[in-house]
Write a protein of this length. Structure first.
Lengths: 232, 106
């Protein structure tokens, strides 16, 4: 009796679900998102196969492990809501957009297949919203901002922070659109609600991304060169 | 740093082990201190009344990051460490396959 009362308290810190389950999107929307994600994923495999440097392979595994672990760490943001890292911009800054896409794809797939977090039909949408938007869109923004700020060496942290924040808000816009088109909830309500919550959650993304890059910069700045290293 | 005096390969392995150790610290910290509040999407789903549309998975392995048979934070820590090992191993495998079987055309 007491044990059954205590159980929920003891479990209070366990994140139950971080990602959209099946049923949140209509079948046509889920299929379209799967096709988009598979197309990007196939191109990412091809590009990574051509350009990945052997020395970057351990970093590939470490970034995936860190992003998986950091996604478990829900941080309270405002009134009863929490946020967690997505990690797409961080992965792309370290590994480039294509290897970064593979990292995000693998993390979201393992979360769905092994931990029943995130649906199988909506996995394509989850990979796209939380991964591809950050690794492609967020990374493009990062490179533009970094070059405006005088190159990556000088502009890395502010450019990554802004790109990380933007990628989370863009991901929120994307899922709001998918929910709206699916007919699950009206777009005019879903859009402000999702964007509103993620304006703040994006700050968490920016802080963790900047902190991780700053930590790497202090301890192993040479890792920044692996992304553009030529395969040997 | 001492790593400068070691062979590159050995210092690379040392670095990976240290990094994975830090990642495990994040897993433990998450199990102990992470907020149990719903995340952004979950919160909006509850507020807008479509949270009930979510369907459970047709199967269950380590559902919701709780390792079956364990209680409290330990269930989350074991689940998290398994997840870290699986994603690291998966990417290490994919990375090695892509590097070794590099296509020479184009």
């Amino acid at each position: 009796m007491i044990a059954s009362i205590l159980q929920p308290l003891e479990q209070a810190n366990a994140p139950e679900a971080l990602h959209a389950p099946d049923g949140f999107l209509s079948l046509p929307v889920a299929i379209v998102m799967w096709i988009l994600t598979l197309a990007v994923g196939a191109y990412a495999v091809r590009q990574t196969n051509r350009t990945l440097d052997e020395r970057a392979v351990p970093l590939l595994g470490v970034m995936a492990a860190f992003i998986f672990a950091a996604q478990l760490f829900n941080v309270p943001v405002l009134g009863g809501t929490s946020g967690h890292l997505l990690g797409g911009v961080l992965a792309a800054v370290m590994l480039g957009p294509w290897a970064g896409t593979l990292v995000m794809t693998a993390v979201v797939a393992v979360q769905a297949l092994l931990f029943q977090d995130g649906g199988l039909l909506v996995m394509g949408a989850n990979i796209f919203n939380m991964g591809v938007i950050g690794t492609l869109g967020g990374y493009a923004l990062y490179r533009s901002l970094a070059s405006i700020l005088g190159g990556e060496e000088r502009g890395r942290l502010p450019a990554a922070g802004i790109a990380a924040w933007t990628s989370v808000v863009a991901g929120a816009v994307a899922i709001a659109l998918q929910l709206g088109v699916s007919g699950v909830t009206p777009l005019e309500i879903a859009l402000p609600a999702m964007v509103g919550a993620h304006l703040v959650i994006g700050v968490v993304e920016a802080l963790i991304t900047v902190a991780a890059l700053a930590f790497i910069g202090v301890t192993r700045a040479d890792l920044f060169r692996l992304r553009d290293a030529q395969p040997t | 740093m001492t790593s400068d005096t070691r062979s590159p390969r050995r210092s690379r392995i040392t670095w990976v082990l240290i990094a994975l150790g830090l990642v495990v610290v994040v897993v433990v910290a998450a199990a102990l201190f992470a907020s149990g509040d719903p995340d952004g999407l979950e919160r909006v789903a509850e507020d807008l009344g479509f949270a009930g549309e979510g369907e459970g998975s047709p199967f269950s392995l380590i559902a919701a990051y709780v390792f079956p048979g364990l209680d409290g934070p330990m269930a989350s820590i074991v689940a998290g460490i398994i997840g870290v090992a699986v994603v690291f191993g998966l990417l290490w495998l994919i990375g090695n396959v892509l590097v070794r079987r590099r296509s020479r055309e184009g």
